[in-house]
Design a protein around this ligand. Structure first.
Ligand code: ANZ
Ligand code: ZN
Length: 853
């Protein structure tokens, strides 16, 4: 018996794979089907933690399994390398963002390589490579030409002390992260991508994504927020500011028009602004509204306040009626038309507002069974029902009334049916250095001019300083001063860079041919896209995935590729969490410095270095700030890569969080030894006995079936549990013959290969098999061997179930008949009703019917 030593075996196997260039993606006509598996590429923060490791190991299981099933697999890796942290490091520690990023990449690449992942490193790139972002600039210009890129004023966070634009994550509780100054909203001309052109298509495409979690599809649909209803014009009366003869509202409930009690304007609606021009009271009210946060959640939370403008609006369906016009803080300027008609009886926000300011509440929809006196107290009625109090809409149901109301509004020339979206165009300008330069030159005479193709990439200058706030590109002495490509006059480079979400919106397409001249090589993209299995954190369920779906459509429409949906399958994995430990001084302590003693349910934690007692805190996502990070190197060093890989997948379903525990990884490492022991003791010449051999064969084929189903269904923990059980079975059949044991072990080596690939290779070699297990086909099971050997057959008498017999599968009919007739429950019943059996009908392996009388 030898002990398995991962410390020698694992590097040996990795060297073998490397020498064989085993993971270089097959190209050319192989005749095999393709499979593209991709994990969301990492941000090079400096360290791989177990959470990353779990994500990549999941992808690796899929990649290795598909390869064994005969697919050509593309499994690449790269770096989402632009972004704020590099710039923060530059400001805090004076290191150049590029140097910081590249050294992090080098460190993380080494860590990833330790994990034994079947990655094609020959395709690696970082988004901060000019070779990558230059191609991004090329397609950006293409989209500009197609009208999908434009400039308009947008709002940014402005730090008035540092005189700089802040990213959202640099605003902490409304203040600048460095200056502590209260952040202002400032308008700046910025670049936008017209994602709203694709709003419908992005919603409708969701239906085809049947291998995405339902939850993610729903989140995307809500984000796009498509609502159908109508735009309705309300003519205004009174001392109306000039140019505002009417106000247009958006409603999803035109059926409730007769229940209108006021027209409401957003505080920054143009009409509100015009009223504020002449009324200091209105101006003060609007200023008050701007103090609160602008997010939907903050607005929903805030106390509803309003201002009566004194103007009135004429009801579009009944010119004899007017309603007052209010400015209200709960109306968003960025949604619909920024104005509403309020129907308090059927909308809770409107009702709260009406009660507060004593405005009328007129019910116009009543549930079935309610009478003319149906009234609303403190809860708006939002359910179905019939329309009343509504002239000729009376008696219609809600849906019919919506149609009828829209028809009437259209006939009156006061509006039309309309669809609106919550989705806004995507503002991509960042006033930052460490991003992809926007390839535009501003000329006084010609306006914004794209940089000519032969001058791409527009590279970032390396010589920049971070000693003063603001964008280093803007104050660089020479970089931005260029000639206009169109007229040759002195001109200025755009100094904004692109949102890093742009970088990650197409990298999966570039991986199909990372050295292509075009941004995307069409043939390669057609071969590999869509990504068959995409794996990543649920935190990217909205923006990243939506942007990627949009850019894929936009680039395809621009003729740069021919794919619509980039990701056919999506899996969102859980995180790796760990207990936290706190010392008496309130500081967090690293798990490596903690000794846990368990006494029944009571666990105490002691700090190894000092002996002090620690408080055991919550189980949380691993993070540097809580010091509960487990570095993969330590684990891999102590237990081996395979044990670490096995553990992160074994303890909970992949979509859930897994708690890192030392006990867990120790268990995985013992399993590795147990597997090896079975192979190490293998004797091909051993003679067995037929019954035992047959039993082992059955168990082997059942294990193949169960593990295959677990891997295919993303139930890795269940697959691993089955592997544990299978190894126990193999051990219990130690006396089976060499032939049956070889079959079992050969299957086992292949079944563990996706999870513990190094161990699997060692086992494969120990069995005396040729080549690498990596190239061995995934085992198939024999359906005849996985069925249970005994069946429970129900016995019916005159159509009613009266008993059952257990019979071997395929038992001959006369045996079944005999057993049924001899069955005690059947006999007791026949006696109790004084009947006897007239006829027996046996449906083999299914049921026995007795006719009695
Ligand atoms: C009258 C009405 C009557 C409404 C009723 C609702 C119920 P969703 O479904 O989210 O699209 N609304 C329209 N624009 C708004 C804005 N800029 N800020 C705040 N609220 C706005 O919601 C559409 C409904 O939200 C619209 O339909 C409008 O109120 C309001 F019984 O019109 B409704
Ligand atoms: Zn010019």
């Amino acid at each position: 018996m030898t002990r398995y030593d991962p410390r020698t075996a694992e590097p040996r196997q990795r060297a073998r794979w490397e020498a064989a260039k085993a993971f270089v993606t097959p190209t050319g006509e192989t005749g095999r089907p393709k499979y593209y598996v991709l994990e969301m590429f990492p941000y090079p923060s400096g360290n791989i933690h177990m959470g990353h490791a779990r994500n990549y190991v999941m992808g690796d299981v899929v990649a290795r399994h598909k390869r064994a099933q005969g697919f050509d697999v593309l499994h690449p890796m790269g770096w989402d390398a632009f972004g704020m942290p590099a710039e923060n490091a530059a400001m805090e520690r004076g290191v150049h963002p590029g140097d910081w990023t590249w050294s992090n990449i080098a460190a993380m690449r080494d860590q990833l390589k330790l994990l034994g992942l079947s990655l094609d490193w020959s395709r690696e790139f970082a988004t901060c490579d000019p070779a990558y972002y230059g191609k991004q600039q090329a397609w950006f210009i293409e989209l500009l030409k197609r009208g999908l890129v434009y400039r308009k004023e947008g709002v940014v966070n402005w730090d008035p002390v540092d005189n700089t634009v802040l990213a959202n994550e640099q605003v902490i509780d409304g203040r600048g992260w460095r200056s502590g100054a209260e952040v202002e909203k400032k308008k700046l001309t910025q670049w936008f991508l017209r994602i709203t052109d694709y709003a419908d298509d992005l919603v409708e495409g969701l239906a085809s994504l049947d291998r995405w979690p339902e939850k993610v599809r729903l989140m995307q649909a809500n984000w796009i927020g498509r609502s159908t209803g109508a735009r309705v014009t309300w003519p205004l009366k009174g001392d109306v500011p000039s140019g505002f003869e009417s106000v247009e509202v958006f409603t999803t409930r035109p059926d409730t028009l007769y229940g209108a009690s006021f027209v409401g304007l957003a505080p920054d609606h143009p009409l509100s602004a015009a009223i504020a021009q002449r009324s200091s009271e209105a101006a003060a009210f609007i200023a008050e509204c701007k103090k609160g946060g602008a997010s939907q959640a903050e607005i929903d939370q805030a106390e509803k306040i309003g201002f009566d403008t004194g103007l009135t609006a004429i009801h579009p369906l009944d010119p004899t009626r007017t309603v007052p016009v209010w400015i209200a803080n709960f109306i968003l300027s960025e949604y619909g038309t920024g104005a509403i008609f309020a129907c308090p009886a059927h909308d809770q926000r409107d009702l709260d507002f009406a009660r507060k300011y004593d405005l009328p509440v007129i019910p116009v929809v009543r549930p079935d069974g309610a009478g003319e006196d149906f009234a609303v107290a403190d809860e708006a009625y939002v359910g179905p029902g019939r329309i009343f109090n509504s002239a000729d809409l009376d008696g219609l149901d809600v849906e019919a009334a919506k149609k009828a109301a829209v028809a009437r509004i259209e006939a009156a020339g006061l509006g039309e049916g309309a669809t609106v979206y919550r989705l806004r165009d995507w503002g991509v300008s960042r006033q930052r250095y460490w991003g992809c330069p926007i390839p535009i030159i501003h000329c006084e005479a010609c306006g914004p001019v794209p940089v000519p193709a032969d001058q791409l990439p527009v590279e970032l200058p390396k010589d920049v300083t971070f000693d003063v706030p603001g964008n280093p590109l803007d104050r660089h002495p020479t970089w931005k001063h260029v000639k206009c490509p169109s007229c040759g006059a002195d001109a200025r480079r755009e100094t904004d860079t692109l949102d890093t979400f742009v970088d990650s919106s197409w990298y999966f397409a570039r991986f199909t041919d990372p050295t292509a001249d075009a941004p995307i090589d069409k043939a390669a993209a057609n071969r590999w896209l869509p990504v068959d299995q995409y794996i990543g954190g649920v935190e990217h369920a909205i923006l990243h995935l939506l942007y990627a779906r949009f850019i894929t459509r936009a680039l395809s429409d621009a003729g740069l590729m021919e794919v619509k949906e980039p990701f056919a399958g999506l899996f969102t994995q859980g995180m790796v969490v760990h207990e936290t430990y706190k010392a008496a001084d309130g500081k967090w302590v690293e798990p490596t410095d903690v000794e846990i003693v368990a006494d029944g349910d009571r666990r105490t934690a002691t700090r190894r270095s000092t002996g002090e007692t620690l408080t055991i805190g919550d189980i949380e996502k691993m993070s540097k700030s809580k010091k509960n990070v487990v570095a993969p190197e330590e684990i891999l060093e102590a237990y081996g890569v395979d044990a670490g890989r096995l553990f992160v997948l074994s303890d909970s379903p992949p979509e859930r969080d897994v708690q890192w525990t030392t006990g867990g990884v120790e268990g995985a490492s013992r399993f590795v030894q147990r597997v090896w022991t079975e192979f190490d003791g293998f004797d091909p010449a051993k003679t067995g006995d037929a019954r035992l051999d047959e039993a082992l064969r059955r168990e082997t084929h059942k294990a193949i079936k169960a593990v295959s189903e677990g891997v295919e269904g993303f139930r890795f923990n269940a697959a691993i549990a089955k592997l544990y059980a299978f190894v126990a079975v193999i051990r219990a059949h130690a006396e089976a013959g060499g032939e049956a044991r070889r079959e079992a072990l050969s299957a086992l080596a292949r079944l563990i290969a996706p999870f513990t690939p190094h161990l699997a290779e060692e086992c494969w070699a120990r069995l005396g098999q040729d080549g690498m297990v990596l190239d061995a086909p995934w085992p198939d099971y024999d359906p005849a061997l996985v069925t249970d050997d005994e069946l429970t057959l129900p016995i019916q008498i005159n159509g009613k179930r009266r008993g059952e017999v257990v019979m071997p599968r395929g038992a001959p009919e006369d045996q079944v008949r005999e057993a049924a007739l001899a069955n005690p429950a059947v006999q007791a019943y026949l006696v109790s009703v004084s009947q006897s059996v007239r006829k027996v009908i046996v449906v083999p392996d299914r049921i026995i019917n007795l006719v009695a009388g």
